[in-house]
Write a protein that binds this ligand. Structure first.
Ligand code: MG
Ligand code: MG
Length: 255
């Protein structure tokens, strides 16, 4: 499938979808505490998406049984929400996708639960920063590979495992469009980025190996060595200058 180019009107529609996702994250962040279950967070997002007149992208996607992906500690991505109770010191990656007016927004964030270890805090801060440097590299004229190149250049010297089996993607009328956006590699890789391309950029870093394993539930991806991982993601629109971060909340108020 060719990479789709969106016009300004379409990008504004994607921003509206992105704002639904951002509102969900704002509420999830406020709700996370020891004693809360991942099903509680799922219900909160289900209700928020509905209230906003949107549809949760993940529910039913290839049979997925959740409105969110909730991945705790060594779980990297695609954790299924359920009865798991969050405990003090856990970290939880919450991935949220919403469709509004036929357009998708997709964003993941990793949150601390109560007091977390220094190593965990460092992992979260640095993975968020890896997302920031990746986003900054997503501008017209750069090749796609620039994004993964700067993410790897940021993360590798700090000793993190960079998950290679999963990455970002084009996004628009479908949640997953071309191209695949790796979080590593050469800056000369892939097509030249153009104004109007929309990408989900999503580094996943670990405190140990980059090797992953899928659990028997057929979804949850964990680090092969059981070390903590973090996942941060934004949906962005490429411009000639700074990209537009469509899933960044424009108004930050507690609702
Ligand atoms: Mg996502
Ligand atoms: Mg994504």
């Amino acid at each position: 499938m060719p990479i789709t180019i969106k016009n300004e009107r379409e990008i504004e529609k994607m921003r509206a979808a992105g704002q639904v996702v951002a509102l969900c994250h704002q509420r999830v962040e406020a709700a996370i505490a020891p004693g809360v279950t991942t099903a509680d967070l799922d219900a909160l997002v289900r209700d928020t998406v509905k209230e906003q007149g949107a549809i949760a992208s993940f529910l039913g996607y290839n049979g997925f049984r959740g409105n969110i992906c909730a991945s705790v500690n060594e779980e990297i991505v695609h954790g299924i929400p359920g009865s798991r109770v969050l405990g003090d010191g856990d970290v939880i990656a919450v991935d949220i996708g919403a469709i509004l007016d036929g357009w998708h927004g997709d964003s993941a964030w990793t949150y601390p639960v109560g007091e977390i270890s220094d190593d965990a805090r460092r992992l979260l801060a640095d993975t968020e920063e890896a997302l920031k440097v990746g986003v900054a590299a997503a501008r017209a004229g750069n090749r796609l590979g620039e994004i993964g190149h700067v993410i790897e250049a940021y993360a590798a010297p700090r000793g993190y495992g960079i998950v290679r089996g999963y990455g970002g993607h084009g996004i628009g009328r479908r949640m997953h469009e071309d191209p695949h956006v790796p979080n590593y590699g050469d800056r000369t890789y892939g097509p030249v980025l153009r104004n109007g391309m929309t990408l989900a950029i999503e580094p996943m870093l670990t405190l140990g190996t980059d090797e992953t394993r899928e659990l028997e539930d057929g979804w949850t991806v964990v680090t092969a060595d059981g070390t903590l991982s973090a996942h941060f993601e934004h949906t962005v629109a490429i411009t000639d200058e700074e990209p537009i971060v469509l899933t960044k909340r424009l108004v930050s108020v507690v609702e």
